[in-house]
Ligand binder design. Sequence first.
Ligand code: PMP
Length: 295
Amino acid sequence: MTTAGLIPFDRREGTIWLDGEFVDWKSARIHVLTHGLHYASCVYEGERVYDRKVFRLREHTDRLFRSAEVMDFAIPYPKEQIEAVTERLIAENGIVDGYVRPAAWRGSEMISTAARNSSIHVAVACWRWPSYFDPAARMEGIRMQTAVWRRPPPTSSPHEAKAAGHYMIATLSKHQAERNGYHDALLLDWRGQIAEATSANIFFAKGRTLHTPVPDCFLDGITRKAVIGLARQRGFEVVERAILPSEMVDFDECFITGTAAEVCPVRQIDDCRFRPGDTCKELIEAFSAAVTGEA
Ligand code: PMP
């Protein structure tokens, strides 16, 4: 997401749902002494709206609630209400193709490491964000650079949660990659194996076989799972395994997957070049058909 020419998010127009109320966009504010801000006790989702409907809404809602549970708090609304709110916001804000951002965080009762009795706040916002399935533009591919930071072991971070704290090293890594002229960073894990991009999962292709890292220390993306399913339906073999950076030269194609990235070809990682080809094209098309077909 680039900010060039965009109106800052706190100055937009529309309706946001905050703590049970539909409020004017600009008045959806929180206090500076918010636990979620200081201690990263915050979980969130990123969802795509295709033709007025969220792709795999229930999977996202389940993950939001699960992320909160992992972070030791419970979202004080039923899943059905969060989903109904999302649908109403999409309609009220006139979103045809867009993005939804639900978030839940600990409030301001306690500013200390422990905050077990804090109130839990929940918000849902959405905005227009069309998907450009122009295969020609996409097929150019992005350039990535391996980050200095590494995804920590599962004993050091609750990786299955989509939690704010995980994004500290993602932001640092992406800033560094952008400064060096790349589009995104590749994060290795603590073992030195390939993990993921800063907010997307990664796949490599050799012939009709896809290779992707086992999500044992990073987010097992909803798009990742969808693409694995689509690829298998189309006769690709999909192998989930440990992949070392030294293996990258052996692959023909590479792409990343995520709610924001969708299926995005990669043309370069460090000195290693890939040529986005038939596999990327087929999976971009399959994903494009799935997101509109399932909606
Ligand atoms: N990894 C990270 C760190 C992410 O932030 C995301 C985006 N949510 C993904 C992978 C891809 O997940 P999904 O396909 O569910 O969007």
